[in-house]
Design a protein around this ligand. Structure first.
Ligand code: DUC
Ligand code: ZN
Ligand code: ZN
Ligand code: ZN
Length: 467
């Protein structure tokens, strides 16, 4: 089956130009001023619309057990929401059980991922250090194409590892061509600040932010970067939320630490004031790191523009408001940490970034697709529009607008973080490996069509694959 997309405006991380695309067997075969249908090609008219490479969200927590509960989206609802929102590939976090090997754990997660509508891969979380873990790292990369792992510096007793363990794991990971994602918050200080707050009766959601101040993120970020430097290993700092942490990354870059930085849509657009909303509405906005004072947003956008931040990931970690978030109605420390965002990341970054003039179209494509593809070993198969790439494409009408509401979302959550916000532009069609999976804004792709992403290793001394 061949498809021709006619008259669209192709946007990549380096160019914007008018062209027709020919897709054959899921791959982009030709890009030309004009491609005329010959026989039985399906023709899609994209006049006046942008054609973007599909979004690649490398930070999702579908089907993720956490804090005595679990996230509300599984791989069906989550990837359906992703597709609707212009995301054609995700990399989800695993969560190992105590005593389980990484490889056994991965098999369980690959099984969970099978019903996905879009392509999916995994970062293996390591929360329990032992020598077996070190032996398994090269096998993960070689046999399974898992070329990224994740370590936590917070959530003691559940996920946190110590500095020595981080050093050993990161060193071995680097040697195996694996990049280490790090959740950088000083868990020990945070746990003590939480205990102090609770003992004083400070239980409202705003105390979530006060007990995780920017210094706890900046300190952990600097420490993680020092560990990566000592281990001579690549490091990916997830969900950078504030200027203080970004400054540590900038300093490390100057020392040639192999660091890549990510921020999330909620840090770019929402702020700490949401944690003081009445009637426990604030509970909806609890994530870690917490939403920050508004002035930080400008630094994050500038970080994107300057190339200090090369990825925006959703950190989609959805919990229902009724029944999950409300567990912490009387005690902020019991509110599950996490917010939904997979369905909105593409539109939110486009609207507040491109439409409102903070970043260029090229930067948008870079942080939503090309950057993550390069960092996580998916390039040059995914992450751009060029001959030989998978035809993962988003057809986007910039001349319309829509209002975000949970009433029209596919995410399995009873609220939307961006409820009522009018965003410019609308996703009209999404193609995944040449197959139309979103038509006129509605998901038509079927469950189980997603493919497992076996990813390339990160070459020694680098923090991403560039070719
Ligand atoms: N932060 C969240 O908000 N949720 C999942 C884990 C994390 O680091
Ligand atoms: Zn995290
Ligand atoms: Zn996360
Ligand atoms: Zn506007």
């Amino acid at each position: 089956m061949k498809t021709i997309i006619k008259n669209g405006i192709v946007v990549t991380s380096t160019d914007t130009y008018k062209a027709d695309l020919l897709i054959e067997k899921g791959i982009i075969k030709r890009i030309s001023d004009q491609i005329l249908p010959e026989t039985d090609e399906k023709v899609i008219d994209a006049s006046g619309q942008y054609i973007f490479p599909g979004g690649i969200d490398v930070h999702t927590h579908l089907a993720w057990p956490f804090q005595s509960t679990g996230t509300a989206d599984d791989f069906v609802s989550g990837t359906r929401a992703a597709a609707a929102g212009g995301i054609t590939s995700i990399i989800n976090f695993t969560n190992p059980k105590r005593g389980q090997t990484l490889l056994d754990n991965l098999q369980e997660w690959k099984k969970k991922g099978e019903p996905s509508l879009i392509d999916y891969g995994f970062h293996s979380i390591i929360s329990e250090y032992n020598d077996h873990v070190l032996e398994e790292l090269p096998l993960l990369a070689e046999q399974e194409g898992v070329t990224s792992i994740k370590l936590f510096m917070a959530y003691k007793g559940e996920l946190m590892v110590n500095d020595r363990e981080m050093y050993k794991i990161m060193k071995k990971a680097g040697e195996a061509g694996i990049i280490t994602n790090v959740h950088a918050e000083n868990g020990d200080i945070i746990d003590e600040l939480i205990a102090e707050a609770i003992s004083k009766g400070n239980t409202d959601p705003i105390h979530h932010a006060y007990t995780r101040p920017p210094l706890t993120e900046a300190e952990a970020t600097a420490r993680a970067l020092a560990i990566a430097e000592a281990a001579n290993a690549p490091i990916y700092i997830v969900h950078v939320s504030c200027a203080d942490a970004l400054e540590k990354i900038e300093q490390a870059k100057k020392r040639d630490v192999q660091v890549v930085a990510e921020t999330c849509p909620h840090y770019l657009v929402l702020d700490e004031s949401y944690l003081s909303l009445p009637d426990f509405e604030s509970g909806k906005y609890i994530c870690s790191p917490p939403l920050r004072e508004k002035w930080n947003q400008e630094y994050l956008w500038k970080g994107i523009s300057s190339g200090l931040i090369t990825t925006v990931g959703s950190d989609h970690c959805p919990f229902l408001f009724n029944g999950q978030k409300t567990l912490g109605r009387d005690n902020f420390a019991k509110i599950p940490n996490g917010v939904p965002g997979l369905e909105d990341i593409f539109s939110i970054v486009y609207h507040f970034g491109v439409h409102e003039g903070r970043i260029s179209l090229q930067k948008f494509v870079d942080v939503i697709s090309t950057g993550p593809a390069k960092t996580f070993g998916l390039y040059p198969k995914k992450g751009s529009i060029a001959i030989g790439f998978d035809a993962d494409l988003v057809i986007f009408n910039p001349n319309t607008s829509r209002v975000i509401t949970h009433k029209k979302q596919y995410q399995n959550v009873d609220y939307n973080l961006y409820e009522g916000i009018e965003v410019q532009g609308a996703i009209t069609q999404v193609l995944s490996r040449g197959e139309v999976i979103v038509q006129d804004g509605y998901v038509v792709g079927h469950e189980g069509r997603g493919q497992y992403l076996f990813r390339k290793k990160i070459p020694a001394g680098q923090s991403s694959v560039s070719c």
